[in-house]
Write a protein that binds this ligand. Sequence first.
Ligand code: HEC
Length: 126
Amino acid sequence: MKPAVVLLMGWLLIGCAGTPVQVEEGKIVYEQYCASCHGLNGEGQANWQYPSEDGFLPAPPHTDNGHTWHHPDTQLLMVIANGRNKMPAFQETLTAAQQEAVLAYIKTFWSPEIQAAQADVTRQSE
Ligand code: HEC
């Protein structure tokens, strides 16, 4: 294999925190199951910082502007599997691999700096 290809693969693996195949599968899952609330580009719902009339928080953005990246992978996967308040549980709908793939796709909404910061949060939690 050419060195450039090896470098590119390394970048994809480390930089995107998910294999290209995983990210592609995650995109399909995200657009089918998550985009209706969290937005096609992870922009979240309006006034997501404030509880709505029912007392629950709207869906937060998954971009640099949200707080998804403040949490380690294990915690995010737990919310995806079990849900929280108005966030539905997906453990019956999605396989574990699909849940991991969708998280890998969410990470592509983050800038390189935020990806690195969240990777640190994840490492520190282990
Ligand atoms: C019906 C709307 C809805 C759908 C569909 C939905 N979510 Fe959510 N999600 C929410 C809400 C609301 C919250 C905030 C819950 C709370 O903390 O009260 C949330 C929170 C989260 C969080 C935690 C974010 C944080 O900063 O703590 C993650 C991760 C997440 N969702 C991922 C997903 C994924 C992945 C999917 C698709 C498989 C999905 N959500 C589908 C409404 C939704």
